[in-house]
Design a binder for this molecule. Structure first.
Ligand SMILES: [Zn+2]
Length: 259
């Protein structure tokens, strides 16, 4: 890439992940010099929720979310809501509930428990008037039915659905987040979906340490790599890459209430 892309807003990252244990502080201290302006840390568990909040307190440019991923529906402690509430109350940099949703990909998943956990957190977000970050995997129909019922302010992150589903999500007033998947060889479906997303509802994200864009596919991802995802998105949208990054940064600031 020739000129450095600036104003990057990574709307979904996991820097509390153990993949960053060796060099977390070095990495986080270096990102602003690589064009990264803001990062929102998504939470999957109680541990993440607490760790994210600590990292957001430490770094000016970092904000975070608090929430429980469907993968933890079985092991999540009964009193989790108390921790979510306490974290949000004590740290104004917590700006969303998430990531929450449904994941029917894992063997032995418990559909009823996942739906209950999802709905509890949607109700909670609505009660405290916060946006939600939605995770959905192999569960499009149930997820869409629940979103239609609750109509949250939210983003469907790491979007992997069809163009039709993207249209439905947009019709609900929600945002759509795309990762490095856009740059993969088999990304046709995601690129078709991207065509359906109006520029004012588009968010960029890494989902790091996962989903590194080409040419880093399979390696540990970090927020600076969004430049490659943005380049692909800009090609589809017919915009200069820096302009696309600026627009998505504005969208993300509006979405997470950052002024
Ligand atoms: Zn995630």
């Amino acid at each position: 890439m020739s000129d450095m892309i600036r104003n990057i807003f990574d709307t979904h990252a996991h820097y509390a992940d153990r993949a960053f244990d060796e060099d977390r502080d070095e990495m986080l201290a270096s990102l602003p010099d690589k064009g990264v302006r803001y990062v929102v840390l998504a939470a999957s568990s109680i541990r993440d929720t607490v760790e994210n909040s600590r990292l957001a307190e430490k770094y000016d440019y970092i904000y975070c979310a608090a929430g429980i991923h469907p993968e933890f529906a079985d092991t999540n402690p009964d009193n989790y809501m108390g921790t979510l509430r306490d974290t949000i109350r004590s740290n104004p940099k917590v700006r969303a509930v998430g990531e929450i949703g449904l994941d029917y990909h894992y063997e032995g998943y418990n559909k009823e428990k996942q739906i209950r956990l999802f709905e509890e957190q949607l109700e909670f977000a609505s009660e405290i008037d916060m946006p939600v970050i939605i995770h959905t995997r192999d569960a499009t129909e149930d997820t869409m039915n629940i979103l239609k019922k609750y109509r949250p302010r939210g983003v469907v992150h790491c979007f992997s659905g069809s163009a039709e589903t993207a249209k439905e999500v947009i019709k609900l007033g929600m945002y759509i987040g795309f990762t490095g998947v856009l740059t993969f060889k088999n990304a046709k479906k995601a690129l078709r979906a991207l065509e359906e997303v109006p520029m004012d509802r588009l968010l960029l994200e890494t989902d790091c340490p996962y989903m590194a864009p080409v040419p880093f596919r399979g390696k540990r991802c970090d927020s600076s790599m969004i430049a490659y995802t943005a380049e692909k998105a800009a090609e589809i949208k017919g915009l200069p890459v820096q302009e696309l990054v600026d627009i998505t940064c504005g969208n993300a600031k509006r979405f997470y209430g950052i002024v």
